[in-house]
Design a protein around this ligand. Structure first.
Ligand code: ZN
Ligand code: ZN
Length: 356
């Protein structure tokens, strides 16, 4: 797996005008090396691969990154990077321009005198967009933990609990059932707070008659799940039900429209049209979805700017929403794998309006 990824990365070298590449983004480092620790950089040349880390991680890196020469650095990692780059005969070293800070760049520039530093963008991210079967399986497991957490929280949610109580129940359940962690802060937004698309759980108490938006995801083997469900506490009002059904129709239409060859923009437009035709275009102010993998938000984007064509093996969310300030919000989010026939939906929680 790592061998294949290294070969694919090297294929991009000539187009980028580089003969070596320095990997610093944690997700890229993990993807390219297999190393799950939190410190170190990978340096890949045309025919060699090094992993440079400090003494705390040498043993772990030796075990997890067998395709890489493990090099322990001393006080100044940049000096070790120079030694290794010189040994590998690198003259033009690519770095991740959206990750390396100004300060790091200064340090690299002074330590790597004689080696040209070339800014690059998206070299590993481009490989990460299309998932292999192991990655899809890890994402499926993460999402299954989320589905189980949703089912659990439905049993205990009631008016009087705070949003934080609900979020902690979700988090606790996921951790207790195999999640390594949470992919992002659990969103629980009830009543008027639901109109904030990213309303992280607050101390507000849930009340009868409110819609509650819950958005969360587990981490499993480094991979993220991501799902949103909106439920009603008590019987939904006609207006709440109306908004819910528009969002559901928009989501179902978009799910049906996904197939290889379509662009993210085209899929976004399907959902957007349903919501616009119902008179709520102004209330759907975010993109329809995003790629999910080692990061919770990655390429490709399903949005008005998503020009990229979908291909089999991409894993994306489909999450239309309607947000009415002062009233409520509704969002429904599934995670799907793009497949030959369209999609494989890996979120299995029910989508009819649940009234608790
Ligand atoms: Zn989400
Ligand atoms: Zn999402």
């Amino acid at each position: 797996m790592v061998k294949k990824r290294l070969a694919a990365l090297r294929e991009g070298f000539s187009l980028a005008g580089i003969d070596g590449f320095l990997i610093t983004r944690p997700e890229n480092r993990r993807y390219m090396t297999g190393f799950t620790g939190s410190s170190g950089v990978a340096l890949v040349s045309g025919d060699r691969a090094y992993f440079i880390t400090d003494f705390r991680y040498v043993e772990q890196a030796t075990n997890q990154a067998p395709e890489f020469h493990i090099v322990k650095h001393g006080l100044k990692m940049t000096d070790t990077i120079r030694e290794v780059a010189e040994e590998a005969g690198i003259g033009r070293l690519g770095f991740e321009k959206d990750v390396v800070t100004y300060k790091q760049h200064e340090a690299f520039s002074s330590a790597l005198a004689g080696i040209e530093l070339i800014p690059t963008e998206g070299m590993v991210e481009a490989l990460r967009k299309v998932k292999d079967e192991h990655e899809i399986e890890a994402i499926r497991q993460a999402e299954a933990i989320g589905d189980a957490a949703f089912s659990h929280v439905l049993d205990i949610m009631r008016p009087g609990m705070t949003e934080i109580d609900v979020a902690l129940e979700i988090e606790w359940f996921m951790r207790k059932n195999g999640a390594e962690g949470i992919g992002f802060e659990v969103i629980v937004a009830s009543g008027e707070r639901g109109a904030m698309p990213h309303g992280v759980a607050s101390s507000k108490k849930l009340a009868e008659g409110e819609l509650v938006v819950m958005d969360f995801g587990a981490v499993y083997q480094g991979y993220r799940g991501d799902m949103t469900r909106t439920v009603s506490l008590g019987k939904a009002s006609p207006m709440q039900r109306k908004l819910y059904n528009i969002v559901l129709r928009a989501q179902e239409a978009a799910l049906e429209g996904i197939r290889p060859g379509k662009t993210g923009k085209e899929i976004d437009a399907i959902a957007r049209k349903v919501i616009e035709d119902a008179g709520y275009g102004e209330n759907f102010g975010h993109g329809l979805g995003h790629g999910v993998g080692l990061a919770v938000h990655e390429e490709p984007r399903l949005s008005v700017t998503g020009m990229e064509e979908l291909v089999c093996g991409m894993v994306v969310t489909v999450e239309p929403g309607i947000y009415v300030p002062g009233f409520a919000g509704v969002r429904i989010e599934d995670l799907v794998v793009v497949s030959e026939s369209g999609i494989r939906n890996i979120t299995s929680s029910p989508k009819e309006l649940i009234e608790l």
